[in-house]
Write a protein that binds this ligand. Sequence first.
Ligand code: CAA
Length: 271
Amino acid sequence: MAEAQAQQRGGYADDGPATAEGGVRLEVDGEIATITLARPEKRNAQTFATWSALARIGESLPEQVRVVVVKGEGPSFSAGIDLRMFTPEGVPGQGSFGSAAKSDGADFEQRIRQAQAGFLWLRRPEIVSIAAVQGHAIGAGFQLALSCDLRIVADDVSFCMKEPALGLVPDLTGTKPLVELVGLAKAIDICLTARTVHADEAMRIGLAERVVAGGDLDQAVREKVAQLLSTNRDAAVATKRLLQGAQARTLEEQSVAEGIEQAARIKALFG
Ligand code: CAA
């Protein structure tokens, strides 16, 4: 309840230990929620606590929110998974990959599913999510940016899907949006070489909607948020639903879906 009130006020809301431990901050200002990865001294490295904090934000997001901005404090958006996960000691209270390897495989798959929940909700039709990305977006950081609908980036951005170089696969929901954005060949190139994609290429291949100078990133995001909030809310939700379903439907099916959505809009507006 106190959390909800803090969110309604638009102030800083720290929703308990998971959020604090995850290094994630949430601020809600009317229709806009801003999620900040707030561990700049560790380049916003992510842990399981980060992912549970993100999932909890998704579960408790106030209904009035239409736009969610995801950003990182400091020079890097996020340097990916906390490398302590690769050490025998792991992250205090969260274990390590070494301990996970000794456990039942099904348990670990379940843990991955829970982590993915922190990313998946950013695609909901009810919101538009924008990643504001500066500096490094590596591994889990790249995937967090990919889990948003739009990416506005600073000119120093460097995306890198480092997982294959570490013997892993990208498993935080990033593979599908990457393929959809850049195509299969380019996604294979980017992931299987673990190379860096800089701002000019990100713009050219459709990873980024806009590139701006680092100092202009916040302003560019504010402009996009204002544009997004300028349209009718229910029409925006219905249109996003249509666009998200388009690839999986035939043209005929999509046309039918458009008709169904439009009939509902007309009824709501003029019925
Ligand atoms: N985990 C934990 N700590 C990290 C970190 C990470 N991923 N990335 C950076 N840090 C820490 C550094 O250890 C350093 O801490 P100290 O000051 O205590 O020494 C601090 O953040 C600053 O780091 P740098 O001095 O290295 O900063 P930089 O600006 O010179 O370099 C960087 C930034 C290029 C991101 C570099 O830190 C780096 O290469 N980090 C590791 C990136 C990485 O390999 N991430 C894993 C990706 S794979 C993934 O995410 C897998 C998955 O989902 C399963």
